[in-house]
Write a protein that binds this ligand. Structure first.
Ligand SMILES: [Zn+2]
Length: 426
């Protein structure tokens, strides 16, 4: 073999190697899809002890973490551990002080904090989305399907409203279980045939049993029932991934924990009510997911990343979550006004050792009513510092929005004086 042949051989080997090397990132050519499932009212410690073979199948190839919700306890963003409130944290990626849902009435949600479906449609108006849910309000009020004030977003595919369909589902013994069974069947069928790019499944039965009986055998049995329904949906998703060129992100969570001693109630701020759990079908969750105790508001930026959604900067600066896939820079942003010193002390947790954090401040909240806030860059410090002091002598106010901008993600925190923060009585 002469040199020329050798180099040809080497070249072709390199070519083969390159091809092999490229077969992994070929993932980028796959259609990205995402589905999130909210299973109502299962405490983390209960889920962890009940036998759930289907959820375990997902965790085996993916990941599990405990998480939290309820906003900053006792502070401006404290949010009741109530169902619709919890769903809206997932949908909007922000706490109640922004999305303005404090109970199940959903009387005046603030649609300026775009929900994930609106963000999706902003990016991909032609791509389909779906909702599979017992509760009608989830689509019509929280998402605001078709409402001008919610951006005229159309949820093309929906199987829901069975809670108010008393003809098909008379409210007799076991009707909640029947509804969930139907929701899961329709979701699995629709995923197989319609395969929306972004969808939400809501299952209710586990909350019903806990309110009725407490965290006892009937509740544990209902978790096993739900686990089987999740299994049906997961089978449909797997089928899509195996037979179509699609890359699905599946996230499962709950909308609140439950109160002691018997688990019948929820709504308060106890650690157990604020503790939730997160399941992902992806093994490659980041260190923040695995070690960082993620808030449920993190689902929004995580789904956004998976689906390559561009988030408008003004909206991104309002988000209360941290991406759970891909690179992450900072989490746990906080800000406190030291009134005597006229200084705001800001703190964060660093997930990278190099780089800077830019701190911006504004004393307005125009975003809340659809306007734009003008931010001032007030500090630029090494990310590893984890804290900074902002002199606000020239910027006196009883309200500040502080934005923390780092290479891979953005956070925010409000500073609200005591009298201002006492407005969460709706
Ligand atoms: Zn609930």
């Amino acid at each position: 073999m002469n040199r020329f042949n050798i180099s040809l051989l080497t070249l072709s080997m390199i070519f083969v190697l390159l091809n092999v090397g490229c077969s992994q990132p070929a993932d980028t050519t796959k259609e990205k899809k995402a589905i999130f499932i909210i299973v109502d009212g299962i405490s983390a410690d209960v889920l962890e002890k009940v036998d759930t073979p289907n959820i375990d199948r997902i965790i085996e190839q993916g990941a599990y973490s405990r998480g939290w919700l309820g906003g900053k306890a006792g502070r401006y963003s404290q949010s009741p551990t109530v169902s619709a409130v919890g769903y809206n944290h997932v949908l909007t990626g922000v706490w109640s002080n922004k999305h303005n849902v404090y109970n199940n009435d959903i009387s005046d949600p603030n649609y300026n904090y775009w929900n994930i479906f609106r963000l999706f449609k902003h990016n991909y108006p032609e791509k389909s989305v779906g909702v599979y849910s017992s509760w009608l309000d989830n689509r019509t009020k929280l998402i605001g399907d078709g409402l001008p004030q919610a951006g005229n977003v159309e949820i093309e595919i929906h199987y829901d409203g069975f809670d108010v369909d008393t003809l098909a589902f008379p409210h007799d013994y076991g009707y909640v279980q029947k509804i969930d069974d139907h929701v899961a069947t329709m979701a699995a069928q629709s995923i197989s045939s319609d395969a929306p790019y972004l969808s939400w499944v809501y299952l209710w039965y586990t909350d019903d049993t806990s309110h009725r009986y407490g965290e006892v055998e009937q509740h544990f049995e209902s978790i096993k029932v739900i686990d089987e329904l999740v299994g049906r949906i997961w089978d449909a998703v797997q089928n899509r991934m195996e037979n179509h060129n699609e890359d699905w992100l599946v996230l499962i969570t709950t909308d609140h924990g439950r109160s002691l001693p018997d688990g019948r109630g929820h709504g308060g701020q106890s650690e157990r009510e604020r503790t939730i759990w997160l399941v992902s079908n992806k093994a490659e969750m980041n260190t923040f997911f695995n070690d960082g105790h993620p808030p449920v508001t993190s689902i929004y930026p995580t789904v956004s990343r998976h689906l390559d959604l561009e988030i408008p900067e003004t909206l991104e600066r309002e988000l209360d979550g941290v991406p759970m896939i891909g690179d992450v820079s900072i989490s746990d942003a906080d800000a406190e006004l030291l009134e005597e010193e006229k200084v705001i002390e800001v703190t964060w947790k660093a997930w990278a050792s190099e780089g800077e954090v830019k701190i911006y401040a504004t004393t307005t909240n125009e975003f809340k009513t659809g306007g734009v806030d003008t931010y001032t860059l007030v500090a630029e410090v090494p990310i590893s510092d984890g804290r900074a002091r902002i002199d606000v002598a020239e910027m006196e106010s009883n309200f500040y929005k502080i934005v923390f901008e780092a290479e891979h993600n953005t956070l925010n925190s409000w500073v609200v004086s005591e009298t201002e923060s006492d407005t969460t009585d709706n």
